[in-house]
Structure formats: structure tokens, C-alpha cells
Write a protein that binds this ligand. Structure first.
Ligand code: PAF
Length: 281
């Protein structure tokens, strides 16, 4: 695996692949890699001629500076993991090269997609995400880009941005990878104690319960049952919504295909996010 630290190195390394219309798979990450990220690399390798991963902890998507400082950074370990699954290139840019002086940040109206759920609790977060993803797309020039379904709202917003900018990049969504206990893999799990990991399994239990109940109850009734499970646990619920997969707006009276339950709950200090499709699209 070749490690690329400058924009010029990326351009030189991918020039021939671009000129010869190779399929370039791209997996943008913020590092602290886990099985979820590695499964995206594996998926990218199945469809593309070469795979580029990036690690960049993007300051513009953190609305809380303490979160940015606390974000785990372990580039050597990450590089070894990427190499172990056959990633071809690792792009490790500096903040200055992503956002050089005078850089015109992407401005795009994402409403209402960025006004609900994560958008409500993390104002400005998605503006930062599309800012960096569009910049990385412009540098790497992938034909395919891979994102995990765990960040469901992020995936929908990146698809929207790609369409709005008329980019021809195919956005591929990888399934959420879970521990045996059902806990969704996340870089944040590193901050959970063994006991907390056990407590956090209530999230997936609740989502699975919602899926079982969906054929029998209305979205509103299922939601009430699900909320009561989390509220009875040691976790602190931030939000739990059942939303339409396209608009991300809450479903209350009737089910639509793709209806998805999205949840955020705190386990101690750690903010955990997860979702599950309750009605198959
Ligand atoms: O999901 C992430 O890790 C980040 O939001 C992304 C897509 C790499 C942009 O910084």
C-alpha cells in the first residue's frame, strides 16, 4: 500500500488509472478503523480496479471542539489494518492541504435533510461533512465511493450532494457491521468499558424489537414501545425516530417501504448512533 501525503502525490499516483478509465473505489474515513471500515475496503475491492482510503479528522464537521480533540488518532495501526485487507493507497492529507488559505467552502442548502435528527443536535455537522467529502472527491476523483449505513443520515445527505453537484460518482452503501452482541461497530466503542459495551446492546435489541413489531402496530405505537425500552435502561436517549428513508421525515400514521428507525443514546459519556430498516424497501 502506498501512503500519499500530498495532493500532488495523489494526482501522480492516480493519473494513469483516471486516463485509462479504471474504476477507482474511495473509502473516506476519519481513522480509528474497525471492521466496519475494513468491510467497505473489501466491498470496494470486489467492484473496483483499485482502492483508495483516506484518513482525515475533519475539523469543520465537529460542532464541539472538545470532541475534535478527543477523537482517537492512530495512523500507524490504521495503515497496518488497511494494508491487511489489500487497500492500494492511503491518502493522509494535512488540514492545510484540504483547506488552503482562501478555500471556498461548499455551501449547499440541505434542508430539510439536515434539519432533523443529527442536524438538530449537531448544528453545522452536515455542512462540514459535505464540505470535506466534496473536496476529497475532487482530489481523488473516484468512480465509486463507499460509506457505512450506520451513519444513515450522512449517507442520504452525501447522495443528495452528489446528485446536486451532478457528480457521476456511484455512492455504495455498506451494511452496518455489528459485534456478536449486536452493538454496531464504531470508533467510539473504544471509549466504552466492558460493562458499558454490555449495556449498550439495548440499542440493537430495541431496534430489532421495532422490526418484529412493525407488521402489527402503527409507526407511532412501535415508537412508543421502543422509547420505553431505552428509557428503562441505563442509557440516556437523545432521540429515537422512525423516518421515511428518502425524506428522513418522521412516519407517524402509516408505514412506507424503507421505513427506518434511527437512534442516538448516551452510554455514560459516549454518544452512540445506530439505525435499522423496519420495513423492507
Ligand atoms: O463518516 C465519517 O467518518 C466522516 O463523516 C467522513 C465521511 C469521513 C467525512 O469526514
Amino acid at each position: 500500500m502506498l501512503v500519499l501525503e500530498t495532493l500532488r502525490a495523489v494526482q501522480q499516483s492516480l493519473k494513469t488509472a483516471i486516463e485509462t478509465n479504471k474504476k477507482i473505489g474511495f473509502v473516506p474515513t476519519m481513522g480509528a478503523l474497525h471492521e466496519g471500515h475494513l468491510s467497505l475496503i473489501t466491498k470496494a475491492k470486489e467492484t473496483c480496479d483499485l482502492v483508495v482510503a483516506s484518513i482525515f479528522v475533519n475539523p469543520t464537521q465537529f460542532n464541539n471542539p472538545a470532541d475534535l480533540d478527543k477523537y482517537p488518532r492512530m495512523p500507524e495501526k490504521d495503515a497496518a489494518l488497511l494494508e491487511s485487507v489489500g487497500c492500494d493507497f492511503l491518502f493522509l492529507p494535512t488540514t492545510e492541504s484540504i483547506y488552503p488559505e482562501g478555500y471556498e467552502h461548499l455551501k449547499m442548502d440541505l434542508a430539510p435533510l439536515d434539519e432533523v435528527m443529527e442536524g438538530k443536535y449537531r448544528p453545522g455537522h452536515f455542512a462540514g461533512v459535505i464540505d470535506v467529502v466534496s473536496r476529497l472527491f475532487d482530489i481523488v476523483k473516484p468512480t465509486h465511493a463507499f460509506f457505512g449505513r450506520k451513519d444513515f443520515q450522512q449517507v442520504m445527505i452525501i447522495k443528495y450532494m452528489t446528485k446536486k453537484l451532478n457528480l457521476t460518482i456511484e455512492i455504495v452503501v455498506g451494511e452496518t457491521i455489528r459485534e456478536q452482541s449486536g452493538l454496531a461497530m464504531s470508533s467510539r466503542n473504544l471509549r466504552l468499558s466492558e460493562q458499558q459495551k454490555q449495556q449498550a446492546t439495548v440499542i440493537y435489541e430495541t431496534l430489532s424489537f421495532g422490526k418484529e413489531m412493525a407488521p402489527f402496530l402503527s409507526p407511532q405505537e412501535v415508537l412508543i414501545e421502543m422509547i420505553s425500552i431505552i428509557e428503562a435502561s441505563t442509557l440516556e436517549l437523545e432521540y429515537l425516530e422512525i423516518v421515511d428513508a428518502e425524506t428522513l421525515l418522521p412516519l407517524t400514521d402509516f408505514w412506507l417501504p424503507g421505513a427506518t428507525a434511527c437512534v442516538v443514546a448516551y452510554c455514560g459519556e459516549v454518544r452512540l448512533i445506530d439505525n435499522l430498516e423496519l420495513v423492507t424497501a
